[in-house]
Design a protein around this ligand. Sequence first.
Ligand SMILES: Cc1cc2nc3c(=O)[nH]c(=O)nc-3n(C[C@H](O)[C@H](O)[C@H](O)COP(=O)(O)OP(=O)(O)OC[C@H]3O[C@@H](n4cnc5c(N)ncnc54)[C@H](O)[C@@H]3O)c2cc1C
Length: 620
Amino acid sequence: MSNLLVNTRDQEFVLFEQLGIDKLFETEAFKDFTKDDLLMILNEAEKMAVNVVAPTLAEGDKEGCTFKDGKVTIPKCFHDAWKKFVEAGWLAPSESPDVGGQGLPRSIAFAVSELIGAANYAFQMYPGLTHGAAGLIETYGTEEQKNKYMYKMYAGEWAGTMCLTEPGAGSDLNLIKTTAKRLPDGKFQITGTKSFISSGDHDLTPNIIHPVLARIEGDPPGTKGISIFIVPKIKVNDDGSLGEPNDVVTGGIEHKMGIKASATATLNFGENGNCVGELLGGEREGMRIMFQMMNEARLGTGMQGLDSATAAYEHAVQYAKERIQGNDIMAGKDPNAKPVAIINHPDVRRKLMWMKSHIEGMRSMNYFVAYCMDKSKVAATEEEKANWEGYLDLMTTVVKAYCSDKGLLICSTAMDVYGGYGYCQEYPVEQYLRDEKIATIYEGTNGIQSLTLVGRSLGQRKGANAMNLFGEIQKNIKKMKEHKELGKFTAILEEAANACMDITMFFVQAGKAGNFLLPILNAYKFMEIFGDVLLGHFLIDAAGVAAEKLDAIYKEKGADTEEKQKALCKDDKEAAFYSGRVASAKFFAVEILTTVKSRCEAIKMDEKSALELSEEAFAY
Ligand SMILES: Cc1cc2nc3c(=O)[nH]c(=O)nc-3n(C[C@H](O)[C@H](O)[C@H](O)COP(=O)(O)OP(=O)(O)OC[C@H]3O[C@@H](n4cnc5c(N)ncnc54)[C@H](O)[C@@H]3O)c2cc1C
């Protein structure tokens, strides 16, 4: 029975059968875990998601957040869910037990976050930001700062945020105006306004710790002059107890399309000249330090795409099986034909298959990225470590932009499966769609992510990260090309991957020839192409594993004809699952990968009317 959130069988498949994360148990860092331990942990996370977090979805959306008398309150139901969530240790699952974590692999933490995020992403944002902010202090803080803030944050006693954006500085953080003035005791007086701050103020915890980007007076303009400060909402005494309020005044909260239960606040620091912050790390190293949290948040936003998509899909499948409408296409005009469930209609099938194949591909891709973090942690050599980190660096923007875009389209397609009912609040898909939209915008818009991918990530380590990744794809193609069932689909992947590599080189040459506007104008299209090729790669790889297991089941159960195999896939859950993974790869190859080469050719046409058109002509 579906939990209506996440296909946990597929989670298990990606983790243990496709990626083989059990290999991690052979290393010192993860030697204390077994597969059974991790399955039990996932089972507990599923219970938390289904029984504790999912019930807050509609209620949280309806109640929303309120701002009254300078204070923000968040939905009442979140308080109980937060308490249970942090008590169960889900805030820092992959951190070391030394700092209050469980020491789990990141790949398991991603699977846990998928369950919780699918249950209610607005809820997930409170622990997510707290985790990221605590992580900054763990990596860059002094012992004193760790003792003062980090432990309490990982334990969920206090919460955290991420304060970058200002009214005049969104995509371009060069323009940050918040200032930090030196105080005699080595601390800093912070003055400025931060806008759109998620979890910026709320009544979940007695204190909120804000990492704030600001410029120390006299430091140079631009991002090079930015430092980062720990600014608590309430000052903390030396003995760890709470002191006076720290002159962090909430100006208001946003009234939004979605994630209504996540408080998005404007924060005025130092309105009364009494806001004190502590420098985190070195002076003028703010951007470098904040990138740790920004990258974590980008991956989290990519996961948000997967989370919303999987919940919307699971609901859509259930609805499609129950909603009776229209005759079976094979019944023709038979007046006695009985109407059937809409899952029987080819166009509904196509929609479901489109959603399913993208979701499975995104799950494999995102868990792979988490696995890269695990592998870099246990790497035997510096080179190995650099290679795993290289995949992570290269893929972070793709995970963010591609998965949030596709997540939105999947939620929209789920609504189409429901028809008119999906557009109404009676069913949850309209909320999934509203909640998901922000993922394409925050943590850097998808347009900006694509520019980062093309302008920076592809060229990192002199292109070694990209070459290594394309090398992995080629290895997979070589292995699967002769596969009796998947060979012809692998050939489609090969053509798409070659076209993608070719357009990468074309960008380099265009840049060298002075036509740098070509890669810039086409960066978004490239991000989509690159994402499609990566998904195709992960889907074919997964299908190879699934096909082998399916063959073994056929053999064991004596299903030696097509007819018997089809019948088995109806009765046997495991056979049905594996056949679904094989089908996803075939569908994706034909539906999506066949278009990649022509999209690359279109980019080469160097069509620049969008740039050449006068501003006046955009609107008459
Ligand atoms: C609900 C919500 C929660 C948020 N949470 C946080 C948070 O916790 N912390 C935080 O610091 N911020 C947060 N933000 C802010 C968010 O990250 C920014 O809104 C986002 O980065 C875009 O900035 P902007 O809104 O100023 O848009 P702008 O920067 O004004 O961009 C507008 C449009 O122009 C495009 N654009 C701008 N510059 C360029 C360029 N050079 N090249 C190409 N295109 C460009 C953008 O892609 C976009 O399409 C949140 C925002 C929202 C709505």
